[in-house]
Design a protein around this ligand. Structure first.
Ligand code: 2YC
Length: 276
């Protein structure tokens, strides 16, 4: 996924209540329900875990370094979902050590290439890309009143897109996808030999956009969805940045769009990390 900037996430923590209310209006699901649905665990179990498990977020300085508000935004989401969370004062290895010493059961950390949650007790690594793909499909189920037997276009077959495809197939949706890299397309088809009747490759983005009501935008292109090239009743799941819709379209059409820079991905990482 494209690297965040502080501008993308500033204020996220303070707006979580409003964000969750908006999410509920669009999908009929709360952030908690979306995360637990995507992770396949009961809300009761998640809440029971929140009473006893502690989360540490460790800032990582390697490569392009710290992103302002990144660690505190993660803490904001895990706190909001009921888990006691602290951001370690130290960074990198010292931060990891301090997190464990101060009793964290789950660590969140990200370098320039990977953003993970680690369940220390269960030796489990949850990747943000996978969690984001599942979380946004779970939210899309709410937006679409169920996706079984419905046709969904997934744009981009990278980490987020390929997990979205996998989850969509598992809930009985009919998936069409396209990716600029033919190798990724080929790899995906080979991954699902028994699902070929529910899996279709599209080759022309503009043509595909007009033909599908449900779209998962898992590609790094900015502002390629406009008033003119979308299905008139399109509903879009658009994880992360940059946003695939033009700012104009998003301002008038956001009631049919699920979009955030971190929230659903982090919430789903937490649910997948506490797993039942
Ligand atoms: O502040 C820090 O600890 C930095 N090392 C965090 C770097 C995150 C880089 N990754 C991204 O911006 C995006 C995430 C939204 C998920 C994947 N890439």
């Amino acid at each position: 996924m494209t690297r965040l900037t502080e501008k993308d996430i500033k204020g996220l923590t303070y707006e979580l209540k409003l964000y969750d209310a908006d999410l509920y209006r669009k999908t009929g699901m709360t952030l908690l329900q979306i995360a637990c649905t995507a992770a396949g665990l009961s809300i009761d179990y998640f809440l029971q875990q929140s009473a006893s498990k502690k989360v540490a977020v460790v800032p990582i300085t390697v490569g392009q370094g710290i992103i302002g508000s990144f660690a505190s935004s993660i803490q904001g989401v895990t706190n909001y979902l009921g888990f006691e969370t602290f951001v370690t004062e130290e960074t990198d290895v010292t931060g990891i050590a301090k997190g464990v010493i101060n009793g964290a059961d789950i660590l969140f950390m990200a370098d320039d290439n990977k953003f993970i949650a680690v369940n220390l007790e269960k030796k489990l690594i949850i990747d943000n890309g996978k969690a984001t793909g599942r979380g946004f499909v779970a939210a899309m189920q709410g937006l679409a009143n169920g996706l079984k037997n419905k046709e969904v276009l997934v744009i981009g077959a990278g980490q987020v897109g390929s997990e979205a495809i996998s989850y969509l197939l598992s809930i009985g949706a009919k998936v069409a996808f396209l990716d600029s890299d033919p190798m990724k397309t080929k790899a995906l088809i080979e991954q699902y030999p028994d699902k070929l009747s529910s899996l279709k490759i599209e080759s022309n983005l503009n043509q595909a956009l007009l033909n599908y009501k449900y779209i998962v935008d898992a590609c790094p292109l900015a502002a390629f969805m406009t008033q003119d090239n979308l299905h008139p009743e399109a509903k879009v799941a658009a994880p992360g940045v940059p946003l695939g819709l033009t700012a104009d379209l998003y301002s008038t059409y956001q009631h049919n769009v699920i979009h955030d820079p971190l929230q659903i991905g982090v919430a789903t990482m937490l649910a997948m990390a506490v797993c039942q």
